[in-house]
Design a protein around this ligand. Structure first.
Ligand code: ADP
Length: 454
């Protein structure tokens, strides 16, 4: 029923009741007023019920409110539903955003005007050493007490990041965290943290590498330049000239070897991993490396060294022939160069219990002290500098070997005892190794047979 109609009926009813009183017109008026007041009171109760329901909506809508209030209730319900839907969506979006920020490798902290943490992700806590959940609301200057950070915070100039030690920093294990603040919205600040340890290490390695290469190239260049000046200024006898030219050639070859090794390393770093499209017979691989080692041994020691091959089962390896040859060639060349003129050098292969292949090179040379072993495969690391250079070493051989083996999913093992000798082992995984049925034992010799190579 429309409200105006309800009011009219209430007023009319009041007037009719008033008419029954003896005071006539006045009573009728009072009756009409009482009817109007009663309707207003009743309507106010309906409005109050509606307000109660709006505060805590239970059920579809409160019953018996009349058309207007029911319409208001229905519209309010729709509006509430739409607002709830929007709020749920916004909350889901916010959660997704926060999860994304949580997954970021960088730390993110939101600071209020007083410099207290309003929100932060877990990584910020990991970098700076506070509890990302418990320490919400704490002042950042009480949590991160590094003097460099406090000075940065006080300075107020946040154009560049400041670098501080991370929580995981220990003697020998540096951790550098770059922290930068970005002011936003009325005195608030966004703080970003980034672990720059590896970047700095890579940068330091790059600097070292460039310095090493320059040094390696400068030495032979200096020698060659000196000889050229000598040849230009002095009137030398033909045999002296020939001697100088031979020395110059040696230095040029040294530079050539260095450039070759550097190019090989950069190729190894830049090319895709070797797949199983190329199959390398271990017998041929070892034989070819051995031929090169024999030639080198002849040049350096005049054939006084003994080189032996201990053959294993006929095996084929899936990998890059040139890379594997270069790895074994480097190990044999080291054994020849450092093994001494009366040295015994043994190389061979065997199948390991796990199906992998082990190729070893053993010598009874001077051996290497234990403290050098962990650094031996670093680029340009040498135990004995002059001996390495004199024998044509570039300092990159074992770095190449390690790289090649790792590219094939294997590992390089080194055992050495000073005064006894060294053993280098190339281990290749079973997935790359299979027995070669096509090769007869007549060709390879029986597994484990020691063949002395002349
Ligand atoms: P280099 O070109 O100087 O031989 P490598 O990377 O091949 O460089 O070897 C690094 C260093 O390890 C060498 O300088 C040498 O001092 C030491 N080394 C390598 N192989 C042997 C070995 N068989 N016996 C003794 N020392 C070795």
């Amino acid at each position: 029923m429309p409200r105006s109609f309800e009011l009219t009926i209430a007023v009319a009813l009041g007037a009719v009741v008033g008419m029954t009183w003896p005071s006539g017109m006045v009573a009728t008026l009072v009756g009409a007023l009482v009817g109007a007041w009663a309707w207003l009171w009743w309507d106010a109760r309906r409005a109050a019920r509606l307000l109660c329901w709006l505060e805590e909506p239970r059920g579809a809508s409160p019953a018996r409110l009349g058309p207007l209030w029911e319409e208001v209730a229905m519209r309010a319900r729709r509006a509430i539903k739409a607002a709830n839907r929007k709020a749920r969506k916004a909350s889901a979006r916010l959660q997704a955003l926060l999860s994304a920020i949580q997954a970021a490798p960088n730390g993110i902290v939101l600071l209020d005007k007083q410099g207290c943490i309003e929100w932060c992700n877990l990584m910020a806590g990991v970098h700076l050493g506070f509890d990302a959940r418990r320490d919400i609301g704490q002042r950042i200057r009480n949590l991160v007490r590094d003097p460099a950070f406090i000075a940065y915070l006080n300075r107020g100039d946040y154009a560049h990041p400041v670098e501080i030690d991370g929580r995981a920093a220990r003697p020998g294990h540096p951790q550098h965290i770059a922290v930068q603040l970005f002011p936003y919205s009325k005195g608030r600040r966004l703080m970003l943290t980034r672990d720059v340890t590896t970047i700095e290490l890579a940068e330091a390695m790059r600097r070292d590498f460039v310095a090493n290469v320059s040094h390696e190239i400068r030495s032979p260049l200096t020698v060659i330049t000196g000889f050229i000046e000598t040849l230009q200024t002095l009137d030398l006898a033909p045999e002296e000239r020939a001697h100088f030219l031979t020395l110059m050639q040696q230095q040029a070859q040294r530079m050539q070897r260095l450039v070759d090794d550097l190019l090989l390393l950069s190729r190894l770093e830049g090319s895709p991993l070797p797949d199983d499209s190329e199959q390398v017979g271990v017998h041929d691989w070892v034989a070819e490396a051995m031929t090169q080692a024999l030639a080198l041994s002849d040049v350096l020691h005049g054939g006084t060294q003994t080189l032996t091959v201990v053959e294993g089962p006929p095996v084929v390896v899936a990998g890059s022939r040139s890379e594997l040859l270069s790895a074994l060639g480097n190990l044999l060349s080291n054994a020849v160069r450092y093994g001494g003129s009366q040295g015994h050098i043994e190389t061979g292969w065997r199948l390991r219990a796990d199906g992998g292949l082990e190729v070893w090179v053993r010598d009874d040379g001077p051996g290497i002290a234990a403290e050098h072993l962990p650094r031996l495969t670093e680029r340009f690391y040498r135990v004995d500098r002059s001996r390495s250079r004199d024998s044509g070493g570039t300092g990159l051989g074992l770095a190449i070997v390690k790289h090649v083996v790792q590219r094939h999913g294997g590992e390089l093992g080194i055992d050495s005892t000073v005064g006894v000798g060294s053993t280098f082992r190339l281990g290749l995984p079973a997935a790359r190794v299979r027995l070669d049925d096509s090769v007869s034992s007549a060709r390879t010799g029986l597994p484990g047979t020691a063949l002395e190579t002349p």
